[in-house]
Design a protein around this ligand. Structure first.
Ligand code: F6R
Length: 607
């Protein structure tokens, strides 16, 4: 969703901010803008569409420092030039970029109008600019003015503000929406996502909720909303600039699907403990006796994170024999859930920013629940709101549609399930069996990726249809859901996911020669039953693409993709890989905007 970049220092901030905005494009946006403060005041430029449209609209000679920029994903007001950020206050002194949502915007607007200030856009951000302008009448200092303005604001924000009267400063604030500062040599950076600035510096400081920072070329100072000074310690981020580049690839989605063998290696790294036939997970912050005491596990996440949670729940039930369920965090938070005092709650999120998942964690924590995170983004809001957890270390995921983070999350759940199992009743022999299978996963994923030509051919076949059915049973069911979502998301092809055995209770009526069926059919204890379903589909002229193991009978499906065997509990991890490539190639065949699917954003920071 929205993104912020800013620079203050001795270089020209304009190209730095523009390049940072391009790094944030993956988050999804519909307009962008930039402001520079100089001796002649503020210069503000905005454009609907891509950052390239903004670049094209900029005067050739624009340059300067400090500069701030923004990519906007419309919430209050349509995606127009007018509503794009930065927004300038009534006095022309302050320019503001903002991520998040101001909940009391209607009341603020009413007050401003009563004070004779007529907002020019439909945004909530412009209102903040005016509040700062009003506060500056009494407090000339921009930090004090921002602090006073924010006292009138309810909602979530990550903010960066330029002050024309101090053209060597940026003031930033955070409440519920990430802000990271980057430290350079006589220069400072700010961004909502470290990926936007990692090319320039890896020395960063994460602002906490309720903190304000003043950035000047020589450094920064931080304080709280109630003016208490805060000392911050910088940290070195372990990110490679290359991870944000396409390299030889045409799309980030394809690049990230291809990176899965290494991503899984990183997820496993240092955690397989052969000596005790278990998995070491250092960040759980729970003693074995505490982990033994939980009677249920509840997993929460959104979209693909939720589906990976369904796989996690199955793994925990199978391996640790603890009843476990997964639920969409977006539903959970609104149904006034009864908190199980004997339950272990787990929040799943790649970005660690998803508003619904964060709100679910906050609700749980408020009610005294024990919450762990399974998270990719180190230090993210959800990671910090939890009591502990497992980082998946998949590396940065730029494509809006998740691939490697899904796989690494499932691997992290498999490790957690073995860990929980081994302090309960999972035998050392089973621990060894699963450790070996986990160790073999990267090579097996690489072998599946080598079948790309056959999968591409299947994808081109699928792309001819308007609609498709994805079916699976038990271990294959979350995979069918994930695959149907992926095909909707990147190929814009209508897809339904159904439990194979449920077909005959209704959707079988849809099966005919124009409704292809993609069936996830591992060679497990349910294989026979699945085959019966496929016979029923064939009998109704359904066309089948089966994803299974080499024992799958050739005559039962028009097309078959075979994945290597692993231990049955881990089958879903491998079965999903060809389905990612299937969605990618269907999208390619249909000429979709694969890395920026319409209407979607990478980090869903609004409800
Ligand atoms: C689908 C996809 C989304 C995310 C969901 C949660 O490909 O990426 O469904 O899984 O928006 O995002 P995170 O994991 O960042 O909380």
């Amino acid at each position: 969703m929205c993104g912020i970049v800013g620079y203050v220092g001795t270089s020209n901030g304009v190209p730095i901010v523009l390049e940072g905005l391009q790094r944030l494009e993956y988050r999804g946006y519909d307009s962008s803008g930039l402001a520079v403060a100089g001796s002649s005041g503020l210069k503000v430029h905005k454009a609907k569409g891509r950052v390239s449209d903004l670049k094209a609209a900029l005067p050739k000679r624009i340059k300067g420092s400090p500069a701030i920029g923004h990519t906007r994903w419309a919430t209050h007001g349509a995606p127009t030039d007018h509503n794009a950020h930065p927004h300038v206050d009534f006095s022309g002194r302050f320019a503001v970029v903002h991520n998040g949502i101001i909940e009391n915007a209607p009341q603020i607007r009413e007050r401003l109008v009563a004070d004779g200030i007529e907002p020019r856009s439909e945004t909530d951000t412009e209102l903040i600019a005016h509040l700062i302008g009003q506060a500056a009448v009494e407090h000339d200092d921009p930090v004090d003015a921002l602090r006073t303005a924010l006292r009138r604001v309810e909602g979530a924000y990550g903010l960066a503000v330029l002050d024309a009267q101090h053209p060597d400063r940026i003031v930033v604030a955070r409440l519920g929406s990430p802000i990271v500062l980057g430290l350079g040599d006589r220069e400072m950076y700010v961004a909502s996502d470290v990926g936007a600035i990692v090319r320039h510096t890896r020395q960063v400081v994460h602002l906490e909720d309720g903190e304000i920072a003043l950035l000047e070329p020589d450094g920064f100072t931080t304080s709280t909303l109630d003016a208490r000074p805060v000392q911050k310690v910088s940290e070195l981020v372990d990110l490679d600039d290359e991870q944000f580049d396409l390299g030889e690839h045409e799309h980030f989605l394809r690049k990230e699907i291809g990176e899965q063998p290494e991503a899984v290696e990183r997820t496993l790294s240092g955690r397989l403990d052969e000596r005790f036939s278990t998995i070491k997970l250092g960040g759980l912050n729970l003693e074995p006796n505490e982990l033994r005491s939980f009677k249920r596990v509840y997993i929460l996440g959104c979209g693909s994170a939720y589906y990976s949670g369904e796989i996690g729940a199955q793994l925990i039930e199978e391996l640790a024999r603890i009843p476990a369920t997964a639920e969409a965090a977006s539903e959970f938070r609104y149904r006034n859930p009864v908190i199980d005092p004997d339950g272990l709650y787990i929040a799943v999120s790649q970005s660690g920013e998803t508003a619904d998942t964060l709100a679910a964690v906050e609700e749980l924590t408020r009610k005294g629940a024990r919450v762990l995170g399974v998270i990719n983004q180190v230090g993210s809001a959800i990671a910090r709101a939890n009591n502990g957890g497992v980082y998946i270390h998949a590396g940065p995921e730029v494509s809006v549609a998740s691939s490697k983070s899904f796989t690494s999350t499932c691997v992290a759940f498999a490790m957690l399930a073995v860990h929980l199992g081994r302090i309960r009743d999972l035998s050392p022999a089973d621990g060894d069996r699963l450790i070996q299978a986990l160790r073999d996963l990267p090579a097996k994923i690489a072998a599946i990726l080598e079948q790309e030509d056959a999968i591409k051919e299947a994808a081109e076949w699928l792309a001819q249809y308007d609609s498709a059915m994805f079916i699976g049973r038990v271990r294959g069911w979350p995979i069918a859901r994930e695959a149907a979502q992926k095909i909707k998301e990147v190929a814009y092809l209508h897809a339904e996911a159904y439990q194979s055995a449920e077909l005959k209770h209704g959707p079988l009526a849809l099966i005919c020669e124009t409704m292809p069926v993609v069936a996830v059919v591992p060679d497990d204890e349910l294989n026979e039953k699945q085959r019966s379903t496929l016979h029923e589909i064939k009998a109704r002229s359904g066309q089948i693409l089966a994803i299974g193991h080499e024992s799958f009978p050739e005559d039962l499906a028009e097309r078959t993709i075979v994945v290597p065997r692993t231990e049955p509990e881990l089958d879903p991890i491998l079965l999903n890989i060809p389905l990612q490539l299937l969605a990618y190639h269907a999208a390619l065949a249909l000429d979709r905007d694969i890395d920026r699917p319409r209407n979607l954003a990478k980090s869903v920071t609004v409800e």
